[in-house]
Write a protein of this length. Structure first.
Length: 479
């Protein structure tokens, strides 16, 4: 769900005092001054709004401080001021967009742990859409994935508590917990008549973001489950390892159900497969939020044919990579339309170890497309078909008769020249490894992957044809 640009902001000592001399209790006054300081901290009030708007904002802040004072004195029960203030801040951010949030010191630490590669929970990326907690994608191999959660599932309840209008960080806290503990969620999926309750056992979610192997000789497959601090390094090491085993003739890059992650890792992953040109650019409200990111020459490495698999669970950083590959015509995008998260979140450090995750910019593909709420449309759209043994039998049964099936058909001349079976050299014994068995099973069950492999083979044949014809090598250099 996240794309993070970690930036520092200079602070400004601009704190405005209460104007009308009304009674304000100390905690409320502290809040008032703190909020004023935060406005100055971002630099927005100085640079982006008029004096009249500033004065109106301070009047509203004073009203807020007095409301808090009234609550402290008159509410039926004594209130926890810190908890109330955090709720107010979260409410303010939630009114802006689903991805902006206030991070307590613990939240901030968990976020850093997650980007380093592990946390304890059920393994699902979520967002808030129209006030409803929505699954972006389950993380492969986690309790959420094994329980069958899918992109766009709605999490209506967590342990019986309704999630309507619940901030995403609050939901994440409730879904996470010690390894071995249980959490019950009620989900709704389009087409269902009723909610479905699922009890999940939390586990350590180790985010090893890269896995890969050869699907067939020369045709490699790499899956990126999310974009964390070591993703590009691990990707390059995996490519070197595969290429040492045998020369890579083509690659399938699987970004399905990849919810995103670190912005810089998305850029460097895309850069791995490009030689030149724009990868992505951002546009925000402030000049320093307008940035462009260019590809660097790779000395012709990794320029084999490329197929990128995406689906509705591919979001954020995944869409940056897919968008760059598509706009440069560097590869073929296969699958279904992506999630459509085209915004950049900046993490601003706050006092006492807290943080502010704030949407500061939109990002655009090299051709100037904003994918916010629209996503990447694949070059070849292939809906995912559920696998069943019956469907497999139907798929492999012939529905036509060939010449060779006819009784007394005329033999091909080569048939008569065949070496008798008893004299033929025995075929070498096939290597039967667990990894190859898993790949065969995946190809059997995954129609999108099969389609991607067929396209990759076609691209490879076309590459060889153009090379042998002394034409310009394919794939073309990115524009």
């Amino acid at each position: 769900m996240r794309i993070e640009l970690k930036q520092n902001r200079s602070t400004h000592n601009a704190v405005r005092n209460s104007a009308n001399g009304q009674h304000v209790k100390a905690p409320a006054l502290f809040l008032f001054l703190t909020l004023s300081f935060c406005m100055a901290f971002t630099g927005i009030c100085q640079a982006a709004i008029s004096q009249e708007e500033r004065e109106a904002t301070y009047r509203q802040l004073e009203i807020f401080a007095n409301v808090l004072s009234i609550l402290q004195e008159n509410y039926v029960e004594e209130i926890d001021t810190n908890e109330t203030l955090e709720g107010a801040i979260n409410g303010m951010l939630l009114s802006l967009d689903p991805h902006s949030s206030y991070l307590t010191a613990n939240d901030f630490e968990e976020l850093q742990d997650e980007t380093r590669g592990s946390f304890s929970g059920i393994g699902v990326e979520i967002t808030v859409r129209d006030g409803i907690l929505t699954v972006i994608s389950p993380i492969e191999g986690t309790p959420a994935d094994k329980a069958g959660l899918q992109a766009k599932d709605l999490i209506v309840k967590i342990n019986g508590e309704v999630t309507k209008n619940m901030p995403s960080m609050d939901a994440i806290k409730k879904l996470r917990g010690p390894k071995g503990s249980e959490v019950t969620i009620s989900i709704y999926r389009d087409g269902w008549q009723d909610l479905k309750e699922i009890t999940l056992v939390r586990d350590i979610i180790s985010l090893q973001s890269i896995s890969g192997a050869f699907l067939e000789p020369g045709f490699a497959y790499i899956r990126i489950t999310n974009f964390q601090g070591q993703t590009t390094k691990d990707l390059k090491e995996k490519l070197v390892k595969l290429n040492n085993e045998q020369q890579i003739k083509g690659l399938i890059l699987d970004l399905r159900n990849n919810p995103g992650g670190l912005f810089d890792q998305a850029i460097s992953v895309a850069d791995t497969f490009l030689e030149e040109g724009l990868i992505v650019y951002t546009k925000g409200r402030l000049p320093e939020q307008n940035m462009t990111f260019q590809a660097h020459a790779n000395n012709g490495k990794n320029l084999y044919p490329l197929v990128v698999l995406v689906n509705e669970g591919s979001a954020s950083a995944s869409e940056i990579v897919a968008g760059a590959i598509q706009d440069h015509k560097r590869g073929v995008i296969v699958g279904t339309q992506t999630f459509g998260k085209g915004s950049v979140q900046t993490i601003l450090p706050m006092p006492d170890g807290a943080g502010l995750r704030l949407t500061t910019a939109r990002y655009y593909t090299p051709n100037g497309r904003s994918i916010q709420a629209t996503g990447i449309v694949p070059d070849v759209e292939v809906p995912r078909l559920p696998y069943t043994e019956q469907a497999e039998e139907k798929r492999i049964l012939p529905d036509f008769v060939k010449e060779a099936d006819l009784k007394n058909h005329i033999l091909n001349r080569k048939d008569s020249a065949k070496v008798p079976a008893e004299e033929a050299s025995p075929a070498p014994e096939a290597i039967d490894t667990k990894e190859q068995q898993a790949i065969s099973q995946r190809l059997k069950q995954d129609n999108q992957l099969r389609t991607g492999l067929n396209i990759l083979k076609s691209l490879n044949l076309y590459t060889e044809y153009r090379t042998n014809s002394d034409l310009e090598n394919y794939p073309q250099k990115p524009r």
